[in-house]
Design a binder for this molecule. Structure first.
Ligand code: SF4
Ligand code: SF4
Length: 195
């Protein structure tokens, strides 16, 4: 099968993403993103291996894989501050940012559902949640997903919010109560994409 055509704009986008990869980092034997996240174009559900994946070896349709799979680097690949213990094949979860960087999600391997609770991961997720709550004008979100099931990590607690559909976003709001400020978690429908 021939490689699908991509536009000049898509090629430039891929070049920009490739330039973000930390020098010396490579997926190697890690293929975890091909299990933990959904790929709409392939009707692939989150938490299940892509039918095209050869776990531990790579993509079986690498030259013709969908555009969405190209340059879909996890945070470990592009963030210098994450050491080798954060490589997804070791940590058992994959960090991705979405919603223009306002949501950081740890997509956990369903075979290791407690992986995110281990040290040093949980302490870091909590620290990032504290920093996310300080963001203005809008708080950022740190969460954990196992399949489509999400748990939002807040500075003072973790909130199980159940299934987050592909057309939903997670939003945080602060509310003043008699005992002080409380962060509330809401699921909201995404605005439809412009025609
Ligand atoms: S999870 Fe990250 S390191 Fe692992 S295969 Fe995907 S992009 Fe590469
Ligand atoms: S098509 Fe290839 S790169 Fe894309 S999810 Fe499947 S195995 Fe991974």
């Amino acid at each position: 099968m021939d490689a699908p055509e991509i536009s000049a704009e898509q090629a430039a986008q891929l070049a920009r993403i490739d330039a973000m990869v930390v020098a010396g980092r490579a997926c190697g034997t890690c293929t975890l993103c091909c299990k933990v996240v959904a790929v709409t174009e392939l009707a692939k559900a989150a938490g299940q291996w892509c039918l095209h994946c050869r776990p531990g070896r790579g993509c079986g349709i690498h030259p013709t894989r969908p555009f969405v799979c190209r340059g879909a680097y996890c945070e470990w690949m592009i963030c210098k501050g994450l050491g080798p213990e954060w490589k997804p094949e070791k940590s058992k979860f994959v960090l991705f940012k979405t919603n223009a960087g306002r949501r950081l999600t740890a997509h956990v391997d369903p075979g290791y559902p407690s992986a995110w609770r281990r040290s040093p991961y949980y302490e870091n997720l909590k620290q990032w949640a504290r920093e996310a709550a300080q963001r203005t004008p809008e708080m950022h979100v740190v969460d954990v997903m196992i399949g489509e099931h999400a748990t939002v990590i807040l500075p003072d607690r973790d909130v199980d919010i159940g299934i987050v559909a592909p057309d939903e976003l997670v939003r945080l709001d602060k509310r003043l109560t008699a005992t002080g400020e409380v962060i509330e978690v809401h699921k909201v429908k995404c605005a439809p994409a412009p025609a």
